[in-house]
Write a protein that binds this ligand. Sequence first.
Ligand code: CO
Length: 140
Amino acid sequence: MMLGRLNHVGIACPSIDAMVETYQSLFGATLSTPAFDLPTQGVRVAFIDVANSQLELIEPLGDDSPIHGFLKKHPAGGQHHVCFEVEDIIAARDLMRARGATVLGTGEPRIGAHGVPVIFLHPKNTGGVLVELMASPEGH
Ligand code: CO
């Protein structure tokens, strides 16, 4: 079993600020990481803490943002991906390929919102769910 902790659930939205306000007013949620730009992934990101995981709010950043297409289909926003921690991101990528999954992009891990390498698996392999795998951050 290679899947570690559920690190976060990604939620795409047209406005992080509006989403934060919604989660705060509905649930009393607290922001663990205020919104910041992640230009390498074409998104603006903020994290909300929940007891055993996090929500990753993502908003498009720039014209080439990979989530423009998603928001065209889901204009009000929606659940975008789930992210699991893995011990070794390269080993996980190679194993996924060996088992027939499609790793998005070049397959070279990129630095994700937590500052550690991540890859994404094509949803066609995972029941329509976009899966992000990330190297376990130190300290977990
Ligand atoms: Co994510």
